[in-house]
Design a protein. Structure first.
Length: 299
């Protein structure tokens, strides 16, 4: 079966609307001879004359009248399909966005982000997932809209990325801890009992590497899977938690925080998304909202 030339639908619509080869040609900016050839192809494709002469004009056949009811809507649907997306109507947006983030992000940045969504897009919803690894599979398969954290080697090269903020590690103790008073030196810091927040055993952390450079080693009394647990233990015992400052800002309320007496590089927290979401208006709005919330929370 021969595949029909769908461009003929545009010609057919013009002919049936104008009822004249000459007027249809002017409408489509074609020559009358080109329009006549297109009409001949339409007659061959439909097996019907479509337009027949009546006096000095042309009148549609019954088949043409039936087609006229279908051609217009078909063309409008095709044009809508190929047109740019409509302007985003946040008030009418009904969508759930899934964000996968490191421990502490939802607690610190979730409240202002939720408030922003409620004010601008009351029908939008957020779903936070804890980032347990650096596997970018959930972004690729569409289970996650945005991933937030420190970009690692496991991130797919095709992913889009935008930096949100720089963060640096701080030490945290409860108010009765010896480090809550006096100068915190590298020696005093290393001599305490520490909590290590790590998703898995990855060898020496950047904290330990900095201590090793000074000939020091810390005592890891307990290892936990995230910053929230580390801070909860530091609140309850004479332990030292070392966590990113901005990432845990509100989780540290009531605790004593101090700059590390070590040369530890800052980290950059970024958001990542799959390129198929690049041009999606709602996703663009979400990315801008997350960036603005992080900017507003700057110390």
């Amino acid at each position: 079966m021969t595949t029909p030339d769908l461009n003929l639908l545009i010609v057919l619509d013009a002919l049936l609307t104008e009822g004249s080869v000459a007027r249809a040609a002017r409408r489509l900016r074609l020559s009358p001879s080109a329009m006549s050839r297109a009409l001949a192809r339409l007659r061959l494709a439909t097996g019907d004359p479509l337009l027949v002469r009546a006096g000095r004009g042309l009148v549609p056949t019954p088949r043409a009248l039936a087609l006229r009811e279908r051609v217009g809507p078909l063309l409008r649907e095709a044009q809508a399909t190929l047109a740019p997306p409509p302007t985003l109507d946040l008030a009418a947006l009904q969508r759930t966005f899934t964000l996968r983030a490191s421990d502490g992000f939802a607690e610190n940045f979730g409240p202002p982000l939720i408030a922003r969504l409620h004010a601008e897009a009351p029908g939008a919803r957020l779903r936070f997932l804890l980032k347990l690894d650096k596997d970018s599979g959930p972004l690729r398969n569409g289970d996650v809209d945005l991933e937030i954290g420190v970009v690692g080697d496991g991130a797919g090269p095709e992913l889009r990325m935008r930096a949100l903020f720089r963060d640096r590690f701080v030490g945290v103790v409860r108010q009765s801890h010896p480090l809550a008073a006096g100068e915190v030196t590298a020696e005093r810091y290393a001599a305490g009992r520490h909590i290590l927040a790590a998703r898995r055993d990855r060898g020496d952390s950047r904290i330990d590497l900095a201590l090793h450079g000074l000939g020091l080693r810390r005592d890891i009394a307990v290892t936990v899977g995230g910053f929230s647990a580390a801070l909860a233990l530091a609140r309850a015992d004479e332990l030292i938690a070392t966590v990113p400052g901005r990432h845990t800002r509100y989780l540290r309320d009531g605790l004593i925080s101090f700059p590390l007496p070590l040369a530890v590089p800052d980290i950059t927290v970024s958001m990542l998304w799959h390129p198929r979401m690049d041009a999606d208006p709602a996703h663009q709005w979400l990315r801008n909202a997350v960036k603005q919330v992080c900017d507003d929370a700057a110390p």
